[in-house]
Design a binder for this molecule. Structure first.
Ligand code: HEC
Length: 105
């Protein structure tokens, strides 16, 4: 059982995305989620430093229609599994602290 889990994990690492390709592929996301992964308004979530597995699950859920949002669904509809791996590798590696946070009132 443990061996199976370890093998599954190793397989996953081998399939890990490329953050450099992810930066390029996420160009259409930057307008809302920010080039540094910090969103520009209160309704759009930050993606910087978020867990890779969580980001992947959410993007796949939008793509496959399990999570519904009229903005997000069309934007990720054409992404391949490899595109998603690259994009989540990019966003998860951002510190989330590079840009000043919006002023909270
Ligand atoms: C026009 C603005 C806009 C663009 C462009 C955009 N998003 Fe989003 N994104 C949103 C909004 C709004 C939500 C919140 C949806 C909700 O309330 O469920 C969201 C949610 C998400 C989430 C879920 C975050 C969480 O914490 O659950 C992920 C992941 C995400 N977007 C990734 C992307 C990716 C990858 C791209 C580019 C392919 C992208 N987004 C482009 C507006 C945008």
């Amino acid at each position: 059982m443990l061996a199976a889990v370890l093998i599954a994990c190793a397989g996953h690492v081998a399939a890990a995305g490329d953050p450099v390709a992810g930066e390029r592929k996420s160009g259409s996301c930057h307008a809302c989620h920010g080039k540094d992964g910090i969103s520009i308004n209160d309704l759009w979530p930050n993606l910087a430093a978020q867990r890779e597995g969580y980001l992947r699950k959410q993007i796949e859920a939008f793509r496959d229609g399990a999570r519904k949002d009229p903005i997000m669904q069309p934007l990720v509809k054409t992404l391949s599994d490899e595109d998603i791996d690259d994009i989540v590798a990019f966003y998860s590696r951002l510190s989330g602290e590079e840009a000043p946070r919006p002023q909270r009132h």
